[in-house]
Design a protein around this ligand. Sequence first.
Ligand SMILES: Nc1ncnc2c1ncn2[C@@H]1O[C@H](COP(=O)(O)OP(=O)(O)OP(=O)(O)O)[C@@H](O)[C@H]1O
Ligand SMILES: [Mg+2]
Length: 448
Amino acid sequence: MARNKIKYVCSNCGYESLKWIGKCPSCESWNTFLEELIEEKKTGRKSHVSDHQITKLSEQVVESEKRVKTNILEFDRVLGGGLMPGSVVLIGGDPGIGKSTLVMQAASKIDDDVLYVTGEESANQISLRAKRLKVTGEKISIMTETDLDIIIGGIKKLEPKVVIVDSIQTTYKPDFENAPGTVTQIRECTVELMQLAKKSHCAIIIVGHVTKEGMIAGPKILEHVVDTVLQFEGERSYSYRVLRAQKNRFGSTNEIGIFEMHDDGLREVLNPSEIFLSERDKHATGSVVTSSIEGTRPILLEVQALVTPSSYGNPQRVATGFDYRRLSILLAVLEKRANLRLSVQNVFLNIAGGIRIDEPAVDLAICCAIASNFSDKFARNDTVVIGEVGLGGEVRSVNHIEKRIHEAAKLGFKRVVVPFNNIKTIKTKASIEIVGVENLSFALNKVL
Ligand SMILES: Nc1ncnc2c1ncn2[C@@H]1O[C@H](COP(=O)(O)OP(=O)(O)OP(=O)(O)O)[C@@H](O)[C@H]1O
Ligand SMILES: [Mg+2]
């Protein structure tokens, strides 16, 4: 009997090796190599090219870009205006975050026929969820199947405008001996779905699970294959969920969609600033409001800081929703440029609402929140603080300043502290006091 040949594939990036290796030489992750069978490649294929296979770009008939709307505003925004026919969208996220809920709600609102293929739940479970989400779904057909060949048969038979495959990890091609969920199966199934989408002009949404490192299994391979990669994320203890584009061939990757999870499903959050500030204690030290731009939208957020004396030599620094290294830099700047003795203090920082921000424009608000709690002085609660802080303690200008100021004025704030260099570009007529600051010490005087 012929022995099956075995290879080892990194479940993170798809790197292949004939021997088992502890650390992947490509993506440097540990313990990710899994055993897979080497699939025999069929040889002797023809390489004859017929005339119609190569055409001039100028002769190409351009079909109008008519997108299929999910009619969920936040979802459509992240997609760049809706689903592009013939494209494949991958939605990844932690287990239980609400991926199936999101796609089911989208399916119910799409005006065209939708085929929902599930390999994870029974038709009964799906209908129970649909009932809970109050989804009627006359246009939704359900298929409980994991065999890709049968799924493709179903798609060809029904010819729906949108197909949802939940999830790619349970889908398998029987031609391959590898188990479902292995890198080979995931890649082959995705490639085949991609080809089908291009040929039949339907949009396919693929749901994918995230590995413990926070990556979609086999991300390097899948990211290249699919047109759009969306990440559905959120802190489990909060009800807010954020849909973020990591890659989008048909739209910007800066847009985010914000949802709130309720008993009856996900609800869109169209006024995020109001929601994120709703629970703010205006009379607590260490609380400062800032404005972050997410995609094209300004969102007001509350930065909270707690500074306590450290009884041991090694003070703790904990950041939730903000980059830990950036916090360390800001603490060093506060110590050196504003003379705050923070090196013997524990510092805890939190962006309220379970949101994550990566924008330097929130630096100044973070510094003010830490200084406020450390010196036990209230930050003015009618003020929004905006600005990037440099290593020299200078406050640097930020982009989209007018949008940020408008949002602050809209929510009833009376005052906004902004980088001095931004002042000359501001032409707003909003009724709000604008204070320009050049450096950190001056800003602290204006805010505290
Ligand atoms: N009966 C319920 N009442 C309220 N919320 C519920 C109920 N059932 C589920 N949920 C919410 O929906 C979430 C699960 O949603 P969903 O099944 O869409 O997640 P998922 O990302 O598809 O999960 P999986 O990784 O298991 O496929 C739960 O975490 C919970 O917040
Ligand atoms: Mg699910």
